[in-house]
Write a protein that binds this ligand. Structure first.
Ligand SMILES: [Zn+2]
Length: 161
């Protein structure tokens, strides 16, 4: 918390390049990459290869858009419908009802890739321990491949389409 705030309007800038042709996420989808845990006509989901926690996944629209305001009404509905289903899957698999969920939009936000993606990160009380606090190293109990296998199994079982 800051004692004082100064309000001003920064300009909205877009990074040049990072178009559909060069997009890492469009490429994953085209290649049917192993990291994909769910895919339908409008949205898809992948495990994050640099997870903040076990079960860290990304949800993306199939169409290459960079801002949620560019999604059609149908895409928006589908995006949140599948987000809710994936939360149920993560809750079932990882036994938690705590999550961090968020978008990074624009260069200043730290967004690495422009294709819109929602981070969904399961959380547990005390999930950041001594090693994390002192050594810039995250301790994980499973690899992204193990996460993928667990989640694909649960998605099938829970019949998400
Ligand atoms: Zn893309």
């Amino acid at each position: 918390m800051y004692p004082n705030y100064l309000f001003r309007r920064p300009g909205y800038t877009r990074r040049p390049g990072n178009s559909e042709g060069k997009c890492k996420f469009c490429k994953l989808l085209k290649e049917n990459n192993w990291s994909i845990i769910f895919k339908n006509e409008k949205v898809f989901s992948v495990v994050n290869l640099h997870p903040y926690n076990e079960g860290h996944i990304l949800l993306l629209p199939v169409r290459h858009v960079i801002d949620p305001r560019e999604l059609t009404e149908d895409e928006t509905k589908e995006f949140y419908r599948i987000m809710n289903s994936l939360l149920n899957v993560l809750q079932e698999v990882y036994k938690t009802d705590s999550f961090n969920i968020g978008f990074n939009l624009g260069n200043a936000s730290g967004a690495t890739y422009q294709h819109l993606h929602l981070h969904i990160i399961p959380r547990w009380l005390g999930d950041s321990g001594f090693v994390e606090a002192t050594s810039m190293t995250k301790v994980l109990k499973e690899s992204p491949k193990e996460t993928k296998n667990k989640l694909v199994k649960a998605i099938k079982k829970m019949v998400i389409k």
